[in-house]
Unconditional design. Sequence first.
Length: 480
Amino acid sequence: MNMWNVHNRYLIFSLILLLFGCNANRDPVLLVAGDYDLNVVITKDTKLFFSGTREKGNQVYLDIKENGTRLLLLEQGQETVLKSKQGEVKYPCRIRILKNGSYFRFWIGAMTEWIRGPLGEWKGVYEPLENEIYAADHTSVEKGRFDIKEREWLKQTDRDVVRYGPEGSYYEQQVIPGAILEYNNTYYMYFMAGMAGNEEGSSRRSVGLAISDDLINWTVKPEPVLSYKDTPYDNIYVNGAVVTPDHKIALMFSAQQFPEWKGFMLAIADQPDSKFIPYNRNPVYKHPLAAHEFDLVDMKEHPVHYDGADYRYLFFYAGFTRGNKTGDKGYLLYSNDLINWVNRSDNPVFKPETEDSWDSRHVRPRSLTRIGAYWYLWYEGVAGGWTPPNSQSIIWSDVIGLARSQDFVHWEYHPRNPVLSGVGQSSSHCGHSWVGWPRMVIKENTGYVFFCGDQDGKVSTSYRTIHLDALTDWESDIKN
């Protein structure tokens, strides 16, 4: 039997026991471990508890009324409003809560909202491994419309595959996954390696290389394959690598002379672990404003046809965009030689899924993979900042989303976005509070999703896995 079905049936059975085994004067409570997806229909005003436990005395709940919703923190009997949103709530109203690590996304009828670490992550109080979920007034729940699913894929691991390096090393501050190239049954991870500094969290960024035979155990080369010393730039951000028709290795990176972005650059090497030589006429393309994250795809098996011509290479990058919704969006370029690039007239072609929720500020395309008829895109989503009560700190939330398309222009967003977020536990975890720069590699029907996250005040690279059946089956996650 499918493990997904086993867990779902177990949860539903447990809920039935709770519903029929509780005293009539008490509300049914479901204790859930790990990440979950809750769907419930309410018929009147209620309080819906979803984080924390009564035993600990700290809980978070939605206070849902006809004229709007408040998100409240209950600490030892004291209530604090974390967020509030005005808007008509029509009964019966479908409520959906998605928990992913320390991150929560909410749907209340037509309204949507998000929050990270609501129990008090900003003051060192993390989300527990088990949470009590219940409605304060169980009569407000429509009969048979309280359903919860455990999340089985992309589960948390405590392993960082490439940790930041020792003090004084070229990757002492940051290890951020860029391109991952399979060559002669060996995997080469070209990562952005940062040294200590304050140029956006690091400085003197180079291109490091980690090598693996199994995608799990990686060995880092002691010297970078392309250093900031080899270019006129302070920082170089690697994101793409392909094997050229003449069997060279082409590496593409974005460059920064802090704080100015100089464009996208090309470098060539004879072998995957050789020193890379920058192209003498860089940049090969420059976005008018800031642009850095991207993916480079060799389309030789599926050439792209655009404006009367076929192209071998596709370049999908995050470019800053001014307008009513200022922020990073996805732009497409095409080329046949990695030097001359054609810009689509309808760029940007990839935009946020939401107007005021989890990815409303920035979307940054990072990893494209073709599976069947679709191209699957892992990307960063960033919501606007939020300042917790009685705090001076603004919480930003870099998380990872998933989308797919057959033509790179019309996109479908995964119904459980964001699919990966910070774990909200000790700072020793990779991805303690944020995650980003996803990159997927497929091996034996399993997707290995590499990403970076904060760890001990620095940045390391970790991974999670997902079976391709779970990756491509979106129908079971579609909202009922």
